[in-house]
Design a protein around this ligand. Structure first.
Ligand code: NAD
Length: 263
């Protein structure tokens, strides 16, 4: 069994959706530096290209596929391109996700916002698995990491109903995939990040009152860094996690464990 220190993704091919920003970009950089041949699948060509360029300048191997994860034909072709470019598929990180304005309580959320969020966050993960699993089976197995969220296991009085529902769906879908493919060499785990320090969230938390209302629920008292999520994804992607499948993999600073947090 490989230990975490020895772990490398050398010779492995990794498809990362939403790899042009945030958690996806940090994971793409980390996986490439661990030897993976990375394919970034992005709707935002500029962000995706920036990640690819950064990997290549550091001596790694990477390619970009511009695609919308919620589009059936584009996802099928993203997987086909990955196999053609890299020779297989061993790691699939279904990470692309959106949290648009207008997603609020069930009463206030417009139907088009609901449909957009479910399309990207849930159907996108489904399509990644639909086309990724056969490619992975042909490659001798692999690891799927689907990005859910801490809100998949905890309710908030500040609801984003479509986002939360989509992430709950990702969690349940991942568990079922893990069970179904466990004897065929495919592992699947749901990554559940706590709030990550991204420009968008920092902007939202600029108001000290809003910030305090959020931070009080985090035992560690701070937001996560995207790099900390990338380390968890690398572990789940690598053979160091060879007996880990079907998990609700919390990387949340203790949020889901807490009732009363420290002063
Ligand atoms: P981000 O906005 O920095 O990055 C998401 C990337 O996905 C962007 O580059 C965007 O262009 C891409 N994308 C969006 N829609 C797409 C589509 N239809 N097709 C292809 N690409 C698309 O976000 P992030 O904070 O890095 O979040 C990554 C994942 O982690 C998301 O699934 C998000 O829901 C989840 N998450 C984030 C947090 C947080 O606090 N940031 C917490 C829990 C879970």
């Amino acid at each position: 069994m490989a230990t975490l220190q020895e772990t490398t993704l050398k010779g492995k091919s990794a498809l990362i959706t939403g790899g042009g920003s945030g958690i996806g970009r940090e994971t793409a950089l980390l996986m490439a530096s661990s030897g993976a041949h990375v394919v970034v699948c992005e709707r935002d060509e500029e962000g995706g290209q920036a990640t690819v360029t950064q990997i290549q300048e550091a001596g790694g191997r990477a390619a970009l596929v511009v695609a919308d994860v919620s589009d059936d034909a584009q996802m099928r072709s993203a997987v086909e391109t990955t196999v053609k470019e890299t020779g297989g598929l061993h790691v699939l990180f279904n990470n692309a996700g959106i949290f648009p304005d207008g997603d609020g309580s069930p009463v206030d959320t417009p139907l088009d916002i609901w449909e957009w969020v479910i399309d990207v966050n849930l159907k996108g993960v489904f399509l990644g698995c639909k086309y990724g699993i056969p490619a992975m089976l042909e490659s001798g197995g692999g690891s799927i990491i689907n990005t859910a969220s801490f809100v998949a296991v905890l309710g908030a009085a500040t609801s984003q109903i479509a986002y939360t529902a989509s992430k709950g769906g990702v969690l349940a879908m991942t568990r079922e995939i893990a069970v179904e493919y466990a004897r065929q060499g495919i592992r699947a785990n749901a990554l559940c990040p706590g709030p990550v320090r991204t420009p968008l969230l920092e902007e939202f938390l600029a108001d000290p009152e809003v910030r305090a209302r959020r931070l009080v629920h985090i035992p560690m008292g701070r937001l996560a860094e995207a790099e900390e999520l990338a380390q968890a994804v690398l572990y789940l992607a690598s053979d160091a996690s060879s007996y880990v499948t079907g998990t609700t993999f919390m990387v949340d600073g203790g949020i889901a464990a807490a009732y009363v947090t420290p002063e």
